[in-house]
Design a protein around this ligand. Sequence first.
Ligand SMILES: [Fe+2]
Ligand SMILES: [Fe+2]
Length: 274
Amino acid sequence: MHAVRTHPTWSVADIPYANIEKASIQDQPDWFYLLAGASFVETLSDLYASNLVEYFQENLPATTWLNQQWEQEEVQHGLALKTYVLEVWPDFDWDRAYRRFVKAYQPYCQTDLLGPTQALEMASRCVVETGTASFYTMIQAASPEPVLRLLAGRIRADEVHHYKHFYKFFREYQRRERNSRWRIGRELWKRVSEADQEDSYLAIKSAFEVKNSGQTFSGKDFAAFRERMGDWVSRHYPFEMAIKMLLKPVSLPPALQKMALPLLKRSARRALAS
Ligand SMILES: [Fe+2]
Ligand SMILES: [Fe+2]
C-alpha cells in the first residue's frame, strides 16, 4: 500500500497563465462555453462533498479523504479553470454566471438522491470520475492552446486518482453488501444514461446567458452545441479507457469483457458522436 496523499499535489500557482497563447483560443466561443461550464461544475463540488460526507459518515477513512483531498482538488480544478477563462476572456462576469448556475442546479443536488446503497453510490462515483477523467483526456488532446493542454493534463491525473479511491471504497462496501453483477450493472447504466446531465446543460446555459445578456439558451441550443462537439468527441474521446473504467466495478469475467469491449466501444462512439 502506498501512503495516502492528503492534500493537492499541485496548485493554481504552478500553472503558467502568463504564457497562454491567447490568439489560438480566444475567438472560439465553444471553448469558452466548455471551459466556463466545467469551471462551474468543478467549483460546485464543495456543496456535493458535504452530501457525500453525510452519506458515508460512519466511514472515517472515506470522509477524511473526501474532505481533505477530494473536495480540495475538485474545488482547485474549478479555480484553475476559472483563472484560465478569465485570462482569456477577461470581460466575462464569472461570479454572476456561477451564482446563476448554483441557483438552477441546487434542486438536483440532495442527499436523498444518493444511493440506493453505499456500495452502489461508490460505484456511481466511479462513473462520474470516469466521465471527468475522459473529458479532460479529450480536452488535453483537442486543445489548440498549450497552457490549457498542461492544465487539462494535471486535472486529468487527479480525476484518475479519484476514480481509484472511489473504486477501492466500492470494493470494501461491496464485500459486505454483495450486490449482484446485474444490480451493479443496472446502477451504472442508470448513471451513464443520466449523463445527459442536467449539470453540464445548466452550466453552459448560465455561461451563455451571462455572456450574451438578454438571450436565452434553450435545449435546442444545447443540442446544437453538442453536435458541434461531436467531431471532437469522435476524434479525441478515449472510448476504450472510459469503457474499461466503467466496466471495472461489474468485474466481468475476462473472456466476456474481451467480447463486450469492441461492441460497447462501437455503440458508445455512435451514441456520443451523433
Ligand atoms: Fe475535477
Ligand atoms: Fe474528480
